[in-house]
Design a protein. Structure first.
Length: 281
């Protein structure tokens, strides 16, 4: 029989037992099943990279977009422009206001140095914005390689969905507030990759700021929680398909009243090394 010197210790043990019973009794949820996943295309993309990066490295923006597309993860259309007139032409073809951000080599984000301009419309605005971004990039000591033009997306809340590779646990999924808020406070929650919709919801709820934004913060309209849950599950399936992805930062992910959209991303891969067989007897 257990023997406790003080009643507080006994109460703590009973509380732990009750918490475990509650956890075991929770709904198990449903594992995700999406018929539009293209695992062979994802593996083929990663298999072709050793010719360029034998040890791995950060994917280019185009490669990252293609990889996410193999698993149906929605990404905002992005156009990398090396020349000013190309950016002006792309912005004009969008038919509305655009976002203009400096094209920085991964893992740096343009927002780190304030090199993001929103709501630019018309040729004079784009030209002026280009010159201002160039000034900010050069002032930060970085090389100017051009800018990225994106159509302006509807308002919402910016989230972060990412992964890091723990040497003991493997892939760990992170969810938190995105954009500049990702670096201001410790808002991200970390868990093992969710295997069901219930586990994805638990991950979202463990990030208190994210859950508050989704439910409608300060009287604003609730955001599309189901779309964020699906994005997390699709991302988890992608990591299972290509374990070479050891670090990823989908930030920001714009969550709107209907749908979620990845606005920027950073993905790093490490090619798996062959393991020598251990001698057995």
């Amino acid at each position: 029989m257990p023997n406790f010197l003080f009643p507080e210790s006994c109460a703590a043990v009973l509380a732990r037992a009750a918490e475990r019973r509650e956890w075991l009794s929770r709904p198990l949820g449903q594992p995700p099943h999406y018929p539009d996943l293209d695992g062979p295309a994802a593996r083929a993309l990663i298999a072709a990279l050793p010719e360029r990066e034998p040890a791995g490295g950060w994917l280019s923006l185009d490669e990252a977009e293609v990889l996410l597309a193999t698993h149906g993860i929605p990404v905002a259309a992005s156009h990398r422009c090396r020349e000013l007139e190309r950016a002006v032409a792309v912005a004009g073809e969008s038919g509305g206001p655009v976002a203009l951000k400096a094209d920085l080599a991964a893992p740096a984000h343009a927002s780190d140095i304030g090199a993001v301009l929103l709501g630019l419309e018309g040729k004079p605005a784009v030209r002026s914005g280009w010159r201002e971004l160039q000034r900010r990039v050069l002032a930060s000591g970085r090389e100017w390689t051009g800018a990225i033009v994106q159509p302006l997306v509807p308002p919402g809340a910016d989230m972060l969905v990412g992964t890091v590779n723990d040497p003991d646990l493997g892939s760990v999924i992170a969810v938190g507030l995105g954009g500049l808020q990702a670096r201001l406070t410790e808002t991200a929650a970390f868990r093992l990759p969710p295997a069901t919709d219930t586990e994805a919801d638990e991950l979202i709820d463990s990030a208190k700021g994210v859950a508050a934004e989704l439910s409608g913060l300060r009287g604003s309209a609730p955001l599309d929680r189901e779309a964020l849950r699906e994005l997390i599950l699709r991302f988890t399936l992608l990591l299972a398909e290509v374990p070479e992805v050891v670090e990823a930062d989908l930030n920001p992910v714009r969550c709107m009243t209907s749908g979620c959209l990845v606005l920027d991303m950073r993905l790093r891969i490490e090619h798996r090394r062959s393991i020598d067989r251990v001698k057995t007897w």
